[in-house]
Design a protein around this ligand. Sequence first.
Ligand SMILES: *Cc1c(COP(=O)(O)O)cnc(C)c1O
Length: 403
Amino acid sequence: MDFHHTDDAVTRRIKFFTDREKMLRENDLYFYNQPVEEIKGGSRVVVKGREMGMYASYGYLGLLGHPRINAAAKAAVDKFGTGTNGVRTLAGSLTIHTELEETIAGFKHAEAAITYSSGYATNLAVISTLMGRGDYVLSDKLNHASIVDGCLMSGAEFRRFRHNDMADLEHRLQQVPEGVAKMVIADAVFSMDGDVIDFPRVVELCKKYNAWLMMDEAHSLGVLGKTGRGIEEHFDMWDSVDIKMGTLSKTIPSVGGYVAGKKELIQYLRHASRAYIFSAALPPAQAAAANESFKVILDEPWRIEKVNANGQQFINGLKGAGFDTLLTTTAIVPVLCGSDERAFKLTQACQHKDLFVLPVVSPAVPEGLARLRATVTAAHEPKEIEYALGVIEQAGREIGIIS
Ligand SMILES: *Cc1c(COP(=O)(O)O)cnc(C)c1O
């Protein structure tokens, strides 16, 4: 390696990483960034010519490739072409964007909605627009990186409360000086652990301490609630969240992010958030695909039941075999391994037996809590999950994760 900047901090950082990746590759333990050649339904993929069961997808309802959604995307290309001539505020707004935003608002029981080009950009834009110097933002310790980045970018006082610990949250709310604006932000379903936020208590605390509440529903849209509308439907507590954030890239097989809420809030974001004003609009095909997806979810409620039944089967099977799956009750299932090395080994064993599943290791999760981060979707059949359970159990015994 020769960057002509011998031995400065940047060079050392890159070298450290390069060495780690090289070591993993030499030991056949590197499984990231594998190109998928073909997607067969929501549950199987072809990688390097080999068909594998898919256990790393966030397409919880198995909607990728749905004929109605594909048709909507194709029709939008025929009508509008493939781009948007720039930003929404100027020439980039299309009727399909306003249709999508109305659909989202309706689905989320909100007055209005705004879309951005990704979920990541949505969190950055929304948090940094609403919060600023002197304000307080309180964020769950396990919140997604895009929330953390949005909080840091906002310049507000940034406090992290212990994961899903409402006593700690209350304690931190009490420490905010009188009369100062505050916002509480959490994932509704946590992206690494799969557990659900203590929503009734969070809502109560936000009311008590006059704090804004923002929920990131990346992993609860289409999963929680009888009709898939998310955390408020799950607890039958409508109109509890001020800023209802979600992504269009997981359950919704498109790309983009949204916030739904009160009309004035959404209009403010439309005129004040930089990721909306200074970045191109969603492509027509993606906007139309997302729009149609919300309708499919309402027309095919069996998908929500099935992803939850599949999640239960998977969790129960793993627990029965002796694995620690933390507190998950959803389709995100952490399979704890301990050290990073064990997680890489379990991944390797699974991949060799045609399970497409990936490890999450430090620093993404704390040292000693390395895991497979496995997911199931509505596209899996019970016998596929049974096969996966068999493979994971046998490998887990061989590696010594379970006895
Ligand atoms: C994936 C994810 C995002 C980012 O969404 P993208 O649309 O992929 O940019 C935000 N929050 C959470 C909790 C996520 O899991």
